[in-house]
Design a protein around this ligand. Structure first.
Ligand code: FE2
Length: 284
């Protein structure tokens, strides 16, 4: 267990400490020129993978967030520019950035005389299965770094701890309005995600129609497959087949690896693939 960024993190499982994903390093946290908002906690009624995928979708802003500036619905020529994904430098996920269209942006709200148009970048990536990072550069040197730590409650409920970092509008008086705005924007996403069906990501990408803009989502799912192949994913079918009938399951602790005769069975996991048994995922 570890307390960081105003959040308590707990690792639930029996992996030895050296094999566990290290806590994500929020490099801006505590740095001069950056300010953190207090954590915004969101309780949502869908699987965390759907929530992560929403954050990775570069096409949704123009359709879901009026605050973006214009609507993709009214612009038939609107297209998401092509972009590439790569493995994240901290070694536990994927990353992408893309240039997006937005109306010219005036900086006078925060005492900046510049107007910027046509060179706005946004994107982000994943860290482990349930942390997503968003970078929004509203000017080349002004932006937000947003960290969403998505706590799975069960397959249909997620508690999101949202840490927002910014390098402009640094006065404490701006915290309240930014917090309120983030909450309003999150609600726009939540309203859409509440109606997404199925509520979990499908077992195969062939069950959904993916467009080129969905490249980031596909890359995230490839990382989920890697974690599953390590034998880390709960086997929900098996869990539901037996849980509460004649069985109660427990989350395993590291002591299970060294001592025997435990009465309560551990949560069933999907089988590791043989090829991935030798692959060690480590922070780089
Ligand atoms: Fe959104």
């Amino acid at each position: 267990m570890q307390e960081k960024y105003g959040i308590v993190f707990a690792f639930l499982g029996d992996l030895p400490e050296e094999e566990r994903p290290p806590l994500l390093d929020v490099e801006e946290y505590g740095q001069e020129g950056w300010r953190a908002n207090r954590i915004l906690i969101l309780e949502v009624d869908y699987h965390y993978e759907r929530s992560v995928e929403n954050a990775l979708d570069p096409a949704h802003n123009e359709f879901v967030h009026p605050t973006h500036g214009f609507s993709g619905v009214n612009r038939e020529t609107y297209r998401v520019r092509d972009y590439d994904t790569e493995d994240h430098t901290q070694g536990w996920g994927m990353w992408f950035m893309h240039r997006f269209d937005a109306p010219p942006l005036k900086g006078k709200t925060w005492g900046d005389t510049r107007t910027v148009s046509g060179d706005l970048w946004a994107g982000g990536g994943t860290y482990g299965p349930n942390t997503v990072i968003t970078h929004i550069n509203i000017m080349p040197d002004r932006g937000f770094r947003q960290y969403f730590f998505e706590q799975p409650v069960d397959e249909n409920h997620t508690r999101i701890f949202f840490l927002n970092m910014r390098n402009f509008m640094l006065s404490p008086e701006q915290d309240g309005p930014i917090h309120a705005r983030n909450k309003a924007i999150a609600k726009q996403d939540i309203d859409v995600l509440n109606d997404v069906y199925p509520t979990q990501t499908p077992s195969s990408n062939a069950r959904e129609l993916h467009m080129p803009a969905d490249k980031a989502i596909v890359a995230y799912r490839e990382w989920l497959d890697r974690f599953r192949d390590k034998g880390w994913r709960i086997d929900l079918e098996e869990f539901h087949r037996r849980n509460g009938k004649d069985t109660a399951f427990a989350i395993p602790c590291p002591d299970r690896r060294t001592s025997k005769n435990w009465v309560i069975e551990t949560v069933p996991l999907m089988e590791a693939s043989e090829e991935s048994a030798d692959v060690t995922l480590v922070a780089s």
